[in-house]
Ligand binder design. Sequence first.
Ligand code: ADP
Ligand code: MG
Length: 606
Amino acid sequence: MIRVLTKDTIDKIAAGEVVEKPVNVVKELVDNSLDSGASSISVEIRSGGTSLIRVTDNGSGIAKDDLPRAFIRHATSKIQNADDLSDIRTMGFRGEALSSISAVSRTEVMTKRKDDLFGYRYFSEGGAERGPEEIGIPDGTTMLVRDLFFNIPVRKQFLRSERVETSAIRDMVEKFAIGSPDVSFSLIVDGKQVLHTTGNGKLKDVIYTVYGPEMTKDLVAVDHTEEGMHITGFVSKPNVSRSKREYEVIYVNGRHVSDRNVSEAIETAYEGYLMQHRFPFAVLRIDIDPSRIDVNIHPKKEEIRFSDTEAVSGAVYRAVRGALEGKELIPEVTLSERSPDAEKEKTPLFRAEPFEQRFAEKKRISSYPDRREDKDPIKAFGETEQELVREALSEPEMSKPVQLSFLDTAAKPYYRYLGQFFNTYCLIEYQDHLYMIDQHAAHEKVLYERLSRQIRENMNDHPASQNILPVILSLPKADAEVLSGHMDVFCSIGFEMEEAGDNDFIVRAVPASLPSLSEKDLLMDMLDMLSEDSTLPKAPVLLKNRIASMSCKAAVKAGMRLSDMEIRSLIDELLTLEDPYHCPHGRPVIIRFSRNDIDKMFKRIV
Ligand code: ADP
Ligand code: MG
């Protein structure tokens, strides 16, 4: 039954404009359809929603006597008093939508309950009401909203273009569809169906429908329970990333919300997996006891508040991190064609860092002097590579162990190290794949992890240091202040030094893990970093970023010749890491080619 709320309750409701744009109407109507228990919802719009918005559902319907009340401000069947606000299990609860919508449009509702013989039609046009009149219709409710803002010309003027309004509505309906995979959604724009989901309950199917096959094939499932929260959904493998945060789609108890803390928790979980300023694709559903959230903080219900933000962020972080760590994340290089658009959005597989590029440029000229003059395409394929490929392909079947994933330590005896090529990459054959490892990225990652581990474990202990002939550092005042304020951080990674007055410091030892780096460079780097932003809570993050760049400098560069033994020990250590797939900047460390694709390239199979 629909009742008008008491003044006391009304006063507790987050006030604000509910209907400013067509998309707001669509949201409110679909919210109502979901609350009615519908399993199928269809949305139709014309002219960006300004001339018509229709939402049809097969839900509970509205009783004849309730119809006039449904359009009264603050009349709702969903809550009765202010206490109920702390246990909201429905999308709507304020009883404002229909009154707000009908005040600025010509609204018509047709509705039938299952147990009623007839359906009813009711009109509310800018406040003037008519009905209910009997009509024959199927079970459920159809809301028709025509001529939005017909009586508020100013608001109409401020609408954006039809195209923009349409795309906002499409986006909204897509979010609904993803949020309720067990409900079949369709969207019809100017007579043309642009979205249809089956309502089969499979989230991945909806993601496929909305975002397409490219996005869907690189997803990792999330399923994590913690402290009464259940976090499920899908997140992208790190080889797929986005330049915008808008592909982080969050639902709390089925409601699509934006939430900075949750977004940040997701992004933090990708630390070390993604390059800076890249964002993951993620669809996450958080199911939590309604008493632990406040949905009554935003007039359009686009945000909610958690009673324990930290617990939620922590759980989200662990949910996503756990999912990422549990998977074999080596990007596979496939022959399949990609749309140029999808390609653009992807993290390029090969990208040299600036200093590497310079290095590689020089190297190429010196080691392959006659390459460019070579007109014969087969010879141009380079002898070493030819050998390698021939070797990798000529042995038809290596004796296959039980299917172990590449990174399983038990798989190692079955690797065939094929060596190094371009003085930059290592090549390994394992089962049906050829794995390429970027030696620089690998080394960098190994150093990064070593140092991070040292910092984690040895904060107060003695980290591995290497004594040097004492060096006296005379620093500018600002740097000296930073250094003496963060002495503990430096010591924690293996520096040994003391203040010698007047902005001077004596350095006696440097971290053992960074032998190839001049101690002064390293120190100066760290000082720069600390003086950029020395606010302490942020320091660990900054420190990590910096360690990444330090290890990068200390790491072997592309273009350095490595002995077999060096390669093996590098790979051995790499494989012990939790995330061997990405260097600290998020570039891939390992990629692979399937035998199948290689066979196809040689047209051995079609
Ligand atoms: P609220 O959703 O906050 O309750 P609304 O103004 O959106 O307020 O709707 C008022 C009431 O009308 C709802 O409480 C519900 O009882 C009824 N109603 C609206 N739309 C539907 C629908 N599609 N199916 C069934 N009942 C509906
Ligand atoms: Mg509502």
